[in-house]
Design a protein around this ligand. Structure first.
Ligand code: S3P
Length: 176
């Protein structure tokens, strides 16, 4: 199988929580024979705590500081597939760096689908609201302008993981 010509450019995945960035990223990295980096896991390693615990014990601002640091360190390397946390693109400098040092791919799905994928008893700090559907819709609306700045956007509503990976590979081929 010939792999698409992606040169050494990173491929970074963004999009709302539970859209499937980590699972798609892993699969894409395997297909392209690239290193896979999950930014939330990098943060957890740095802090020795789960993301949920960082939010609970140290707060969101602290998390965002570590997230930016982890992103910068990760983007110092090339040729990777990177899954970013859903809020990483909200930092102006994060978004600038992502666009400069990667092909930025946004995975999308409507709130109804995201809630289904998030499932019950999920550990994400932002889905602990009394009305998760409303909270999600509000947050998604606020983040939309930043997600819209990705180089490629893929609606994953009706796609399985491998189909999403196929779409990303097609997009890469079109861009090279
Ligand atoms: C967040 C998304 C999470 C994680 C943290 C904050 C967000 O990652 O980084 O809970 O602000 O949307 P996923 O998008 O992988 O769930």
């Amino acid at each position: 199988m010939t792999l698409p010509q992606v040169s050494g450019r990173n491929i970074a995945l963004t999009g709302f929580m539970a859209v499937g960035k980590s699972v798609v990223g892993q699969r894409l990295a395997r297909r392209l024979k690239r290193r896979f980096v999950d930014l939330d896991r990098v943060i957890e390693k740095l802090e020795g705590m789960k993301v949920r615990e960082i939010f609970e014990r140290k707060g969101e601002d602290y998390f965002r500081t570590i997230e930016s640091r982890a992103l910068q360190a990760t983007l110092a390397h090339e040729g990777q597939v990177i899954a970013t946390g859903g809020g990483a693109i909200m930092g102006e400098e994060n978004l600038r760096l992502l666009k400069e040092r990667s092909l930025l791919v946004c995975l999308t799905a409507p709130v109804r689908v995201l809630l289904e994928r998030a499932g019950k008893g999920n550990k994400r700090p932002f889905l602990k609201a009394q009305d998760p559907e409303r909270a999600m819709a509000d947050l998604l609306k606020r983040r939309q302008p930043n997600y819209a700045q990705a180089d490629v956007s893929i609606d994953t509503s009706f796609l399985g993981v491998d189909e999403v990976v196929d779409e990303i590979i097609k997009a890469i081929e079109n861009k090279s």
